[in-house]
Ligand binder design. Structure first.
Ligand SMILES: Nc1ncnc2c1ncn2[C@@H]1O[C@H](COP(=O)(O)OP(=O)(O)O)[C@@H](O)[C@H]1O
Ligand SMILES: [Mg+2]
Length: 519
């Protein structure tokens, strides 16, 4: 790719980017959120057209008008969100793509090819299984197999391990290496530095739409990569987050108690199937699990945004089951929701209006029905300075702030009243490294102050670094719990896959139709 540029409205996603990857290599593409990685690779895969610049494959200049065009030239991409038809079987999904491309294949030969390729590259799936039966890791394998069968020789993976358990991630990484060993060109987008250092032959770092550096694992390390990603030295960069010493705080009384909690998801199906948990003052309980196993519903029922279908929620000894979110907030519960601009903040309101959303009815911010301007300004300034929120002024619309600064403002507001209980869902998702450090600092400080925190996360490193205990949610149940310090990653991964007891003869997954491996 030469001098490739792409903008979306005023946003320059790619700014004259040069990028080259070779046959037979795993080429990692790293950078902070918003650096332009997905855009660049979507251009390579024919999803977007560049505003400027040229592409070449195997020395030939190419111009792709669609993903189909790209696949014809051997370029395929595994996106972060899969594009499979759920009621169809694996083989049918593959056939669908092939027909699109004008290739006529019969089911039986596709099934045979899938088994053969699956075996060869460690991508085992049952070709006859309907896709809705499959877990996330298996669906991802189907996507890869589909591209291989369509003849892709250049394979792009967009943050493929983000959705996987540690075991699945390890297996995928072995697949990437196997593909490279057979001469494929593999581009691996990630922001997990350890993973990149372990698997990549070369690493290209993007920063704000440009290429900041291209290097190799031998020439660099985590710290240097992080510096290239953010463009400055990180004062408190944690070399190995999981090993960071954990300040011991004596745990106090039970602040949050959840018993037999049941709830339905947005689709009306049971999302929580009887959850029990307890968090004490000064303690952080992490909730791990593959996305979609009830995490969102758990947080929402606790904070009173979603009705329960059974069970109870006690906060500080008071029964707050189905009492509504205002009552829960008044009891001293802070909520850092998953979607900060839909639930947490109001993008069209300014910084100070968002800052007072929780407390605007009460003194000192209000006197009778009136807001006290000076008090509002002082309160807002305290939040902005206390949490280093970078904003042009108190009157800037919140939607114009970066994701990291929005999140810092949200945390500042929610933590301002020294809450007894904090429910935080993916608090650092989509924010830059600097803001992530600041948010971790705030949560640690709250723990030391004595807050009971329920931290729902998808990044195991983050959970291990911040939590005292980790409970794993699987299909709406807590399937196991372990201490975070010195946690057994193997067991954690098995629990995330729904496997509670690993036996010598192999493990059994709970409530999932068995996957038959053929070939
Ligand atoms: N379809 C789109 N419409 C508008 N803006 C977009 C779109 N896709 C990406 N962007 C913007 O382009 C920039 C680069 O995004 P992206 O390529 O997704 O980064 P990365 O994958 O490195 O996180 C970001 O500022 C993002 O908000
Ligand atoms: Mg991306």
């Amino acid at each position: 790719m030469r001098s490739v540029s792409k903008h979306f409205g005023p946003t320059v996603a790619n700014d004259a980017v040069d990028f080259a990857a070779s046959w037979g290599e795993v080429h990692a593409l790293i950078g902070e959120n918003g650096a332009g990685k997905s855009t660049l690779m979507s251009i390579l895969a024919g999803l977007y057209r560049p505003d400027a610049g040229t592409l070449g494959v195997a020395g030939e200049p190419v111009r792709f008008r669609s993903p189909r065009d790209a696949i014809r030239h051997g370029v395929g991409m595994v996106y972060q969100h899969f594009m499979l038809v759920e009621p169809f079987t694996v083989a049918e999904n593959v056939l669908l793509g092939a027909r699109d491309r004008g290739v006529v294949l019969d089911t039986r030969s596709v099934e045979a090819d899938l088994s053969r390729l699956g075996e060869r590259y460690g991508l085992a799936v049952d070709p006859r299984a309907p896709v809705w039966h499959l877990g996330v890791g298996e669906r991802q394998r189907v996507e890869v197999l589909r591209l291989l069968l369509l003849g892709a020789r250049i394979l792009v993976f967009d943050e493929p391990t983000a959705v996987l358990t540690p075991q699945e991630a390890r297996s995928l990484i072995a697949t990437l290496r196997a593909l490279a060993a057979e001469g494929f060109c593999v581009v691996f987008i990630s922001h997990k530095l350890d993973e990149v250092l372990a698997v990549a032959d070369r690493i290209t770092v993007m920063r704000r739409g440009r290429v900041a550096a291209t290097t190799t694992p031998a020439e660099t390390d985590r710290r240097a990569l992080a510096r290239m990603m953010v463009g400055r030295e990180l004062a408190a960069f944690v070399e190995h987050p999981a090993e960071e010493p954990h300040e011991t705080v004596p745990a106090g009384n039970v602040a949050l108690r959840v018993r037999g909690l049941r709830a339905r998801g947005d689709n009306g199906l049971e999302a929580l199937a009887g959850v029990d948990l307890e968090v004490r003052a000064g303690e952080t309980l992490g909730i791990a699990g593959v996305a979609g196993n009830g995490q969102r519903e758990l947080a929402e029922t606790i904070v009173g945004l979603r009705p329960t279908a059974g069970g109870s929620v006690h906060i500080g000894g008071r029964d707050l089951t189905d009492k509504g979110c205002s009552a829960v907030a008044r009891t001293g519960v802070a909520h850092i929701p998953e979607d900060r601009l839909a639930t947490g903040l109001v993008g069209s309101l300014d910084v100070s209006e968002n800052a007072i959303l929780r407390d605007y009815r009460r003194p000192p911010l209000a006197r009778g029905p009136f807001l006290v301007g000076r008090a509002v300004a002082a309160f807002t300034d305290r939040l902005i300075h206390g949490h280093d929120v970078k904003t042009p002024s108190r009157w800037a619309k919140v939607r114009t702030l970066s994701g990291g600064n929005q999140q810092k403002l949200l945390l500042a507001r929610e933590l301002a009243g020294d809450p007894a209980v904090i429910v935080a869902v993916h608090p650092t998702r989509g924010v830059d490294i600097g803001a992530t450090e600041a948010i971790h600092g705030s949560l640690r400080a709250q723990r030391c102050r004595g807050a009971a925190t329920l931290l729902i996360g998808e990044d195991l490193d983050e959970l291990l670094a911040l939590c005292d205990r980790i409970a794993v949610l699987y299909e709406g149940r807590v399937v196991g719990e372990l201490p975070a310090r010195g946690a057994d990653l193997e067991r954690l991964g098995l629990l995330m896959a729904g496997i509670q007891e690993a036996t010598a003869s192999g493990a059994t997954a709970a409530d999932r139709p068995p996957v038959v491996l053929r070939g």
